[in-house]
Design a protein around this ligand. Structure first.
Ligand code: G6P
Length: 369
């Protein structure tokens, strides 16, 4: 079938807007709304006894893996290692007997990810992949596959594939935590319900599109842009920076907010935009104090938080702009906070007049090394 852009000027924007639907489609395969439990397809391992999980992927898919590390370690108490496939495959990493290796790929064809998979197979790991293309090579070579139901993604910059990868990982973390007894039924039901509300919340986030387009006017004038966050917001900062680089060609860096003092703060001066990913969570106060320091150095902070977080922030220092997201369980926040960073990159690229769907030098799927 030929896929069109519908009423959207670019595939990327269409795909951003499809997220409430495709996250819902993905959840429908793993979530049982009646019992408020997660039900995964049969897997090659028992989470209760798995010694370690190794996650490997490239580009945006790797950032889904970095978020998953926070979830799997925090909720299920399983040690997790994440690495980009082009490094992991050559490192000769020692892997534990009976370990689980997870590979994440929209296309299922990325050369380095596939070779990382083959390395893990030779090393006796159980292989699970999270892919969007069921008949892909990575899917075929895995012991088990959980599909993201993103549908065809045409824009080179990944959007809906990413949030559906996060959705799958969140479900895996909940199932693993149940298997290990690190969460009780009440907490599982809470998390399942928070996940089931993500499609509706994502639709609310999309309503900020126009406001984000206005903020993009500022970003489009910048030479360098910083994205920062703590905890599971840190990988979202890195993904935000990647998105902006890919399609607007503006230099951007994603940093852990706590590392700011160890380098990037030297670069913060008047007019430098800093996108702060700051949902109300256990680390909020620390993030807010980082924001205060950046504002006092003239940085233009674009503050992404919920109403409570924004109100708390404004008592300390007033950011250049705030984007208010719905208040959600911090566990599902990374899925929702992905959306404004996608829109910010998109609108900045449109203002810059770049080829949004096919940015220079980039390929949708990198099947050569
Ligand atoms: C390319 C694409 C990225 C993608 C990466 C991994 O670089 O431009 O958008 O994140 O490959 O692709 P995969 O298909 O393995 O997810």
């Amino acid at each position: 079938a030929i896929i069109g852009k519908g009423n959207f000027p670019h595939f990327m924007l269409k795909e951003i807007y499809e997220q409430p639907t495709v996250i819902g489609d993905t959840l429908a395969t793993v979530l049982n709304p009646a019992s408020q439990t997660v039900t995964l397809p049969p897997l090659p391992i028992d989470f209760a006894t798995v010694p370690r999980i190794t996650i490997s992927a490239c580009g945006t898919a790797s950032y889904a893996g970095y978020v998953a590390k926070y979830w799997l370690e925090g909720l299920a108490r399983i040690p997790v290692e994440v690495d980009i496939a082009s490094e992991f495959r050559y490192r000769g990493a020692p892997l534990p007997e009976g370990g689980l290796a997870i590979f994440v790929s929209q296309s299922g064809e990325t050369a380095d990810t596939l070779e990382a998979l083959r390395f893990c197979k030779r090393e006796g790991q159980h292989i699970l992949s999270i892919v969007n293309v069921p008949e892909s090579t990575i899917a075929r070579e895995s012991d088990a596959v959980i599909l993201t139901k993103a549908g065809p993604e045409i824009g080179v910059a990944s959007t809906k594939a990413f949030t559906t990868q996060l959705t799958v990982f969140a479900s895996i973390a909940i199932a693993a935590a149940r298997a290990r007894g690190t969460i009780d039924h009440k907490r599982e039901a809470e998390l399942a319900s928070a996940l089931s509300e993500v499609p509706g919340r994502a639709a609310e986030v999309l309503k900020h599109d126009e406001h984000i387009a206005e903020i993009a006017q500022t970003i489009a004038k910048a030479r360098d842009v910083f994205y920062m966050g703590r905890g599971s917001s840190f990988p979202i900062a890195m993904e935000g920076a990647l998105k902006l680089k890919e399609i607007s060609y503006i230099h951007a860096e994603g940093y852990a907010a706590g590392e700011m003092k160890h380098g990037p703060i030297a670069l913060i001066e008047d007019e430098v935009p800093i996108i702060m990913i700051a949902p109300s969570d256990a680390l909020f106060e620390k993030t807010a104090s980082n924001v205060q320091e950046m504002i006092s150095r003239g940085g233009k902070v674009i503050f992404l938080s919920d109403a409570k977080g924004i109100a708390r922030m404004k008592k300390q220092a007033v950011p250049f702009a705030c984007i208010e997201l719905p208040a959600v369980d911090p566990v599902v926040a990374p899925i929702l906070y992905s959306i404004p960073v996608q829109l910010l990159a998109y609108h900045t690229a449109v203002i810059k007049g770049t080829d949004v769907d096919q940015p220079r030098n980039l390929a949708k799927s990198v099947t050569v090394e």
